[in-house]
Design a protein around this ligand. Sequence first.
Ligand SMILES: C=CC1=C(C)c2cc3[nH]c(cc4nc(cc5[nH]c(cc1n2)c(C)c5CCC(=O)O)C(CCC(=O)O)=C4C)c(C)c3C=C
Ligand SMILES: [Fe+2]
Ligand SMILES: [Fe+2]
Length: 345
Amino acid sequence: MTWQSSNLPSDHQPVKCGQVGVLIVNLGTPEAPTPSAVKTYLKEFLSDRRVVEIPPIAWQPILRGIILNTRPKKSAHAYSQIWSEEGSPLAVITKKQAEGMQQRLGEGVQVEWAMRYGKPAIADQLQKLMDDGCDRILLAPLYPQYSGATTATAVDKVADKLRDMRWQPALRTMPPYYDDPAYIDALSKDLNAQLDSLDFQPEVLLLSFHGMPQRTLELGDPYHCHCRKTARLLEAKMAGRNGPDGPLRFETSFQSRFGPAQWLEPATDDTLERLATEGVKNVAIAAPGFSADCLETLEELAIQGKEQFCEEGGENFAALSCLNTSTPGMDMLEQLIRRELSGWT
Ligand SMILES: C=CC1=C(C)c2cc3[nH]c(cc4nc(cc5[nH]c(cc1n2)c(C)c5CCC(=O)O)C(CCC(=O)O)=C4C)c(C)c3C=C
Ligand SMILES: [Fe+2]
Ligand SMILES: [Fe+2]
């Protein structure tokens, strides 16, 4: 039999090679703020065994019978309040981060972006990088704090794609950066600038991280410890900042509780209510664990959080932006990515 490259499946064909690729990954978001698009997204997201660690035989009937018949309508309404002309904020910002990084890294490196759930899919973007000749790929999950439900599942999805390839690229994964001085510096610069531009002086800066089931901490997931360390280092870095009558107070909480199980505490909604009932009138809230603004920051914190605080007697509330494409945020990302590319470029 004669060897003919045209008889081979496309991923076995000789490719251009020697290029370096970066794949920026974030969580994922629906295609539209409609119940049907949200249902498709939630079905994929909440079927991931890294996200819901209940055996499928018990979980799938609850997911398909109850959650996917009730939650999409409620969530679609929340998404419709934050949706922009360009699309879902999480996707719009992640795309801009990738475009900005492509500009900063120049032609020697190809930067693409993908979502763990929904589109653009990790498998498609990996294939695109390979088709363009990248045989060295840096996977950059934009989760500062490691969790099985975020970083690990992104790596799993990449592994699913590589499993079927005869000719795999070399792969590196950017480590979690929860305590990296570049990250703490970027957060402190960005939050200080945002606090300086407020028209009131907060007494408390609440650092709200996405929650996780308490059980994941007991099973050894480092997420909770990573969040606590980020908060401690950030507070130390921002020491010296004042509120209206003394040093600015820092508090940490966990948001987005889901389902009846025990989640990490204290919860953000309970903390906002407690602060208001204790007589705190001026609060700013930041979400250092989110690299891009999304439903959880723009709706849950900025809209619902403000209502919760003000209903209990709070007066001034500011939800600060995530690092997004701010100069401190992009400088940090460039530094973290260049470090991982060392020896490849
Ligand atoms: C069991 C449920 C969930 C776990 C565990 C969980 C972990 C987790 N999530 C993020 C980041 C984001 N989550 C977002 C939305 C979102 N999260 C859950 C549930 C769990 N998350 C749901 C059901 C949703 C969808 C919206 C809703 O119906 O409430 C988002 C925003 C996505 C967007 O489109 O804007 C982000 C980002 C982290 C970092 C994390 C664990 C550490
Ligand atoms: Fe979530
Ligand atoms: Fe939420």
